[in-house]
Design a binder for this molecule. Structure first.
Ligand code: BLA
Length: 513
């Protein structure tokens, strides 16, 4: 279509996925003015109300809904005032003469516009939601390690929603992601440990998933239903960011079809305000629509899961920091008793090793070098120090791939591929350097990550990759990365080391006098 946005490899992140102007056909959408007149309606409205969308525009909602239903919706709307949230109301009898024909509704606001989305109530309702959630939480709490916690999370989402495959998908720092846990129907193979490139879930989608933590694609083969009129008096398509029925990017639909998926659902896992990962769910045996109430329980479960994950991560971090603080105290105490220890890289190396594992250590003070363990050749160290001085003014610097910033480091990458540099003075620049050796890893990508998409046969139209065959990549020249917690701890050790160095130089001054 001429108005539509053409996706290509350069603009994938800019496809306006919240403004596609259509919903999925498993429900209907009505947008209302603040006086409850219909401003927009989805083209499938006649299926439920027997009035075509065009004829509904401009009419009051009370022409179509029972007075009681309108009353229920109005009441619920008052709860919402101002919030960037979706209210839900389950089991509404829309037609006064059909008391058993029930619908579930989602309500949200865009400015002054009220957006009402309805779908038929699930025949077999979820059991008491509160006790369902309680049982799910108890199961999570019964797990000991993180792997078990993830696996139990996947199991619970699968038990609740009935999807064929439920995965816990964790994002890496570079935006790629790995399946870290899975619960699946027997006989459909496993995606566990597979890695997917960042471009499989583009930026704007991630941003949207922070705001709306739940989405479902009930049937990837279903034809989207346009919302009429497509453009209102402002000329804008409706903003479907918070819509429950929002239709989905055709690129992503193609991706799912290439994967052989019929229905997809995902729940954001938000930790410390960041998109940590997703529960990603597939169904392969046709369309899948868990009822709205059940989906709402799954969404709430996702939020509780994330909170528990956050608290587990915090606990682990604080235990690590406590032990690091103890090391730092011991360091200070030991050096206070024997200043010579700081010139002893074996001793210092062993000490720091306990908190930040490494394969070698170099100490550079006043242009003098001492090393222990696996380190670059001595004559390479001044080059590293010069590079650090030019780069990381007085701050911790960490890399798992030193040759990124220092090309000649490729020569000794097998013994020292990664570096954590702790500056311990201002001028002249003194450092404690922790090295990690190369760790050759095999990353199992689901398809070649260098070709996440290709141009289609009909011009600039983008086609996501068709093959998800295992594509094993051998990663060389990199060490185990120094993680965030280790860098924080290095910051703490740095403070101790600076204190020691200052004290020693004071002592030296003293002796001179
Ligand atoms: C969205 N991509 C998504 C979503 C997932 C993935 C989970 C969220 C929507 C959903 O729940 O289905 C990716 N799904 C995965 C991955 C696994 C999985 C990695 O099951 C692993 C097991 N996709 C591409 C390319 C583009 C692209 C090249 O591969 C763009 C050029 C786009 N993906 C794309 C878009 C969305 C998306 C636009 C947003 C869909 C929407 O919410 O409208």
């Amino acid at each position: 279509d001429s108005e539509g946005f053409h996706v290509d490899l350069t603009n994938c992140d800019r496809e306006p996925i919240h403004q596609l102007g259509a919903i999925q056909p498993f429900g209907f959408l009505i947008a209302l003015s603040s006086d409850w007149l219909v401003k927009r309606a989805s083209a499938n409205i006649a299926d439920t109300f027997g009035v075509v969308a065009d004829d509904m525009l401009g009419t009051p909602l009370t022409d179509h809904f029972s007075a009681h239903a309108v009353h229920q919706l109005r009441n619920r709307l008052t709860v919402l005032r101002g919030a960037d949230a979706v209210e839900r109301i389950f089991g509404v009898a829309v037609f006064a003469d059909q008391p058993n024909r029930l619908f579930d509704f989602a309500l949200h606001m865009i400015g002054d516009t009220i957006v009402l989305e309805g779908e038929p109530c699930e025949a077999e309702a979820a059991s008491d939601p509160a006790s369902a959630i309680r049982a799910m939480m108890a199961r999570l709490d019964n797990t000991t390690d993180l792997t078990g916690f993830f696996r139990e999370g996947a199991r619970q989402v699968r038990a609740l929603t009935g999807f064929d495959r439920v995965m816990v998908y964790r994002f890496d720092m570079d935006g790629s992601g790995t399946v870290v846990a899975e619960a699946a129907r027997a006989g459909i193979g496993s995606f566990l440990d597979l890695r997917y490139p960042a471009s499989d879930i583009p930026q704007q989608a991630r941003k949207l998933y922070l705001r709306t933590p739940f989405r479902i694609i009930v049937d990837v083969h279903a034809e989207p239903v346009p919302i009429l009129p497509q453009r209102d008096e402002t000329g804008e398509p409706i903003d479907l960011s918070l819509s429950v029925l929002r239709s989905v990017s055709p690129i992503h639909i193609e991706y799912l079809q290439n994967m052989g998926v019929d229905a997809s659902m995902s729940i954001s896992i938000i930790v410390e305000g960041k998109l940590w990962g997703l529960f990603a769910c597939h169904h392969y045996a046709g369309a899948k629509r868990p009822g709205f109430e059940r989906r709402s329980i799954a969404e709430l479960f996702g939020q509780m899961f994330a909170l528990k994950l956050e608290s587990r991560e915090r606990k682990a971090l604080s235990a690590y920091e406590t032990s690091a603080r103890a090391t730092s105290d011991r360091l200070l105490a030991a050096v206070a008793g024997d200043a010579g220890l700081l010139d002893n890289p074996e001793w210092l190396g062993n000490m720091l090793q306990e908190t930040v594992p490494c394969d070698g250590i170099a100490i550079w003070i006043d242009g003098k070098l001492a090393t222990s363990g696996m380190t670059p050749p001595n004559d390479a160290v001044p080059g590293i120090v010069r590079r650090l001085n030019a780069m990381a003014a007085g701050r911790i610097y960490a890399t798992d791939h030193l040759s990124d910033v220092l090309p000649q480091a490729a020569d000794y990458a097998d013994v020292a591929a990664g570096l954590l540099a702790i500056p311990i003075s201002r001028t002249p620049r003194d450092y404690v350097l922790l090295f990690r050796q190369e760790k050759i890893r095999t990353v199992n990508w689901a398809g070649d990550p260098h070709k996440p998409a290709q141009l289609g046969p009909h011009g600039p139209r983008l086609t996501p990759r068709k093959s998800f065959e295992l594509w094993a990549q051998e990663v060389r020249g990199r060490s185990e990365p120094f993680n965030e917690a280790e860098q924080r701890v290095a910051e703490m050790l740095r403070a101790s080391l600076i204190e020691i160095v200052l004290r020693l130089s004071d002592d030296a001054q003293e002796e001179k006098r």
